[in-house]
Design a protein around this ligand. Structure first.
Ligand SMILES: Cc1cc2nc3c(=O)[nH]c(=O)nc-3n(C[C@H](O)[C@H](O)[C@H](O)COP(=O)(O)OP(=O)(O)OC[C@H]3O[C@@H](n4cnc5c(N)ncnc54)[C@H](O)[C@@H]3O)c2cc1C
Length: 390
């Protein structure tokens, strides 16, 4: 797949990350998953080479690039068969929010550590009764008003939060009461993994991935005042600043996975011969693979547009493009994986070829962080001006 709309630096970054991905490869991740471990070696090496923090400011140990560069890293690792899902969360959402809105002390404490991979942050917004409708979140943060303590007390529940077991802290979206109106508004809090009252239960998923998902309980979790990221009153703005990178990075995750599956199918279709010619000569096999390639390329174009808008500071324009990119990439990935599995016939379902588990993995991009339907709703309402049904 030849990258377009990229500078020489981008191409060099793509090639270097692809080489790193190739050194680890799918076999590495398969082993990590089988041993219920974490891809620590790859995470550390990617960090050491400057890839994990490529989007973070240089003065805090990052590469000084943007989501454009970070999405290249995730896409190429995915295309090599070893995507790092936590990149969507730790450097992309949490790193962005702290870099843009954190206090000086928060930046000093977190950004160099997120960039060099020594610390990781998870992100928790989803709740059992607030999935697609994040306006319904009920996790609350109230001021701890005892003995001159100006900290916070968090209460609530979260679900499907990835990587809480390995993350040093989780950036939790909670609500604080507006002192004037009493209305609840979102605010972001850094919650350490071992904070008293912060409980987690691993959710059994029918998903083969190195990252685990957790249900969280926040039972009067006491936090210091500086656990609040940025400004209590700018919660929504800060939240949106992190959500666009999340969508763009999910697109990168999906495109990488789609490319990986497609490359396996193409290699197989070139070789596998059951009649006179290899099966790739049959248009019934070749055309759907060609279509999958085209759709992945188109999705990448939209992802590049979204990343470009975001990196140039156009949060509003990036919102629409990031949603469209996530939609296009997830749909292209699901289709590419499905066709790839089919191309391998019975081998598509064997452990030896390892493609069938991607059928489930690809669906993650269709559901999270925002579902296909909610993006179609967004475009219907925001772009086309159609009325709302809910
Ligand atoms: C592997 C994985 C990792 C995740 N990691 C994280 C994480 O790290 N942090 C985090 O905060 N969350 C995480 N999530 C949660 C994810 O963001 C949610 O699953 C997603 O937002 C959908 O919410 P839900 O599952 O509650 O589905 P629901 O909101 O219950 O939706 C169910 C179905 O109804 C449809 N639907 C809902 N409302 C409408 C409507 N108005 N119109 C049309 N259709 C509608 C949806 O499209 C969907 O198909 C993760 C999820 C998964 C699967």
């Amino acid at each position: 797949m030849s990258p377009v709309l990229e500078t020489e630096e981008h191409k060099a970054l793509r090639a270097a990350v692809a080489a790193l991905g190739k050194r680890y490869g799918r076999e590495y991740l398969t082993k990590v998953i089988a041993e219920k471990g974490h891809p620590d070696e790859l995470w550390s090496e990617a960090a050491k080479l400057g890839y994990l923090g490529v989007n973070l400011p240089e003065e805090y140990g990052g590469g000084g690039g943007g989501i454009t560069e970070l999405s290249i890293v995730l896409e190429e690792l995915g295309a090599a068969g070893c995507p790092l899902l936590m990149m969507v969360v730790s450097p992309a959402i949490c790193g962005t929010v702290i870099a843009r809105f954190g206090t000086e002390a928060q930046k000093q404490e977190w950004l160099p550590a997120l960039a060099d991979g020594t610390r990781t942050m998870a992100f928790g917004i989803t709740e059992p009764d607030a999935g697609s409708n994040s306006h319904r979140i009920t996790t609350t943060a109230r001021p701890a008003d005892t003995g001159g303590d100006d900290g916070w007390i968090l209460t609530g529940r979260k679900v499907f939060i990835s990587g809480v077991d390995i993350a040093d802290t989780t950036l939790i979206v909670a609500r604080t009461a507006d002192a004037r109106t009493g209305k609840l508004k979102p605010a972001l809090f850094i919650v350490p993994r071992d904070a008293p009252g912060f409980g987690r239960r691993q959710i059994d998923m029918e998903l083969t991935g190195a990252e685990k998902q957790f249900e969280l309980t926040l039972d009067d979790v006491r936090l210091p005042a500086d656990a609040l990221v940025g400004d209590e009153d700018a919660g929504l703005l800060q939240l949106f600043a992190g959500l666009n990178p999340e969508r763009i990075m999910t697109a990168a995750f999906a495109i990488g996975m789609g490319r990986y599956a497609l490359s396996k199918a193409v290699a197989y279709a070139r070789e596998r011969t059951v009649w006179r010619e290899p099966i790739g000569a049959h248009q019934a096999i070749a055309h759907p693979l060609a279509q999958a390639h085209i759709e992945l390329e188109l999705a990448r174009l939209m992802m590049q547009k979204a990343a470009h808008l975001y990196d140039s500071g156009d949060d509003i324009g990036a919102g629409e493009a990031a949603n469209m990119a996530k939609y296009a990439a997830a749909e292209a990935c699901v289709k590419a994986v499905d066709q790839s599995v089919h191309t391998l016939g019975g081998n598509g379902l064997t452990s030896e070829f390892g493609l069938a588990s991607l059928i489930t993995a690809a669906r993650v991009a269709r559901i999270a962080p925002v579902s296909r339907e909610m993006i179609l709703n967004y475009v219907s309402h925001q772009t086309l001006g159609l009325p709302k049904s809910y």
